[in-house]
Design a protein around this ligand. Structure first.
Ligand SMILES: NC(=O)c1ccc[n+]([C@@H]2O[C@H](COP(=O)([O-])OP(=O)(O)OC[C@H]3O[C@@H](n4cnc5c(N)ncnc54)[C@H](OP(=O)(O)O)[C@@H]3O)[C@@H](O)[C@H]2O)c1
Length: 340
């Protein structure tokens, strides 16, 4: 065991795409585990897109990495020393910490791994956080049904590959979007995607039309940007868009025009469209609730009544400019019940 600990620290917050100048490599003393802790010698370090946000300093669901601190990241490693009775030297664990060779971490946060069960590295990918991400997002939001079309971006990546395969198992037609012919071939030949589109191809929209003749029922969003723009208009009625990430925009310096849907990920916002006509069956129930409130004066209202059909266009134009004050109604004839 070395007696120094090599670490990668955040030197400065990147502007745009990170560069080597944003990081410092340094040696530190080997950490000393305290009671209940374990010294983990890292074997595999997970490098994930979310780190781009974490080193940017922007407000998010997790605390940013401070300038000067070790970059965060999940580690699979071997227990080098233990001050926790549940772990012995030589145990393999998921839960080491950060871009460094050694870390001292509480035993409570560690998961023991059996290398006979699966290669250790899989605990960071297909059997780890990305795999879980795919599983949860599909089960709780995407809910692909047999025969539906599921489109997955970053299809050959850690999350996307699992998404596509699980969606296939659910009986969906799966269309991947990935960068380059090799990735696409792999998604089709190895993962069993029905087809995969190279997002660098000249006309992504036309390629999507060919790949999704019945439109898109589930879109798994991993990248945002131009891919999102091409997919969005092709979503079917009642489509589900699983907002997982928008890696294509993580290096942006200036916000792109329009609302940025990445906040749907960060703030776990649920975006769901609806049309009232899908719920006419609840109209009587609504009226039974509201009418007594109206009669008692507890439910207040205001109407903006315009007289004469001829004024309807002008009223409508005014409505779209906010000239109405209250519910805009055109009175076509005298209301006999309201004669004063
Ligand atoms: N919400 C969550 O809890 C959660 C958890 C894990 C991951 N995520 C998100 O899931 C997404 C995938 O993560 P991952 O760990 O599986 O990474 P990954 O897909 O293995 O690697 C990132 C991939 O993103 C694609 N990409 C990068 N820059 C791009 C660009 N400018 N335009 C289009 N595609 C680009 C590339 O694939 P191509 O070459 O195929 O384009 C790249 O290989 C990320 O957005 C990540 O933030 C979210």
């Amino acid at each position: 065991m070395e007696n120094r600990n090599r670490q990668v620290l955040l030197k400065q917050r990147p502007t745009g795409a990170p560069t080597p100048a944003d990081f410092t490599i340094a040696d530190a003393p080997l950490p000393d585990p305290t009671e209940g802790e374990v010294l983990v010698r890292g074997i595999y370090l997970s490098v994930d897109p979310y780190m781009r946000g974490r080193i940017s300093g922007q407000r998010s669901y997790a605390r940013p990495v401070e300038v000067g601190a070790v970059i965060e990241g999940r580690v699979v490693g071997e227990v080098a020393r233990s001050r926790n009775p549940a772990f012995r030297p030589g145990d393999y664990v998921l839960g080491g910490f950060g871009w460094q060779l050694y870390s001292a971490v509480p035993g409570t946060g560690l998961l023991k791994l059996d290398p006979a069960g699966a290669p250790l590295s899989t605990a960071l990918g297909v059997l780890g956080m990305p795999g879980l991400t795919a599983y949860i997002g599909l089960d709780e939001i995407g809910k692909p049904q047999p025969g539906e079309t599921v489109v997955v971006s970053a299809a050959s990546g850690a999350v996307g590959a699992v998404v596509g395969q699980l969606a296939k198992r659910a009986g969906a037609r799966v269309v991947g979007i990935a960068g380059g012919a090799d990735k696409c071939r792999w998604a089709e030949a190895e993962l069993g995607f029905d087809t995969c589109i190279d997002h660098r191809s000249a006309d992504l929209g036309a390629a999507l039309d060919r790949a999704c003749p019945k439109g898109i029922d589930v879109y798994w969003e991993n990248v945002g940007g131009a891919v999102q723009q091409a997919v969005f208009p092709r979503l079917n009625d009642f489509a589900r868009m699983v907002m997982c990430g928008m890696v294509a925009e993580y290096n942006d310096i200036e916000p792109r025009p329009g609302p940025n849907l990445m906040s749907a990920v960060r703030k776990r916002i649920k975006i769901q469209g609806f049309i009232v006509s899908d719920r006419w069956q609840r109209f009587a129930e609504f009226r039974a609730m509201a009418a007594p409130l109206l009669r008692s004066g507890e439910l207040k209202y205001r109407e903006d009544i315009v007289d004469g059909l001829d004024r309807a266009p002008e009223a409508f134009i005014g409505l779209l400019q906010g000239r109405n004050f209250g519910k805009l109604v055109v009175r076509l004839a005298e209301d006999p019940t309201r004669r004063v």
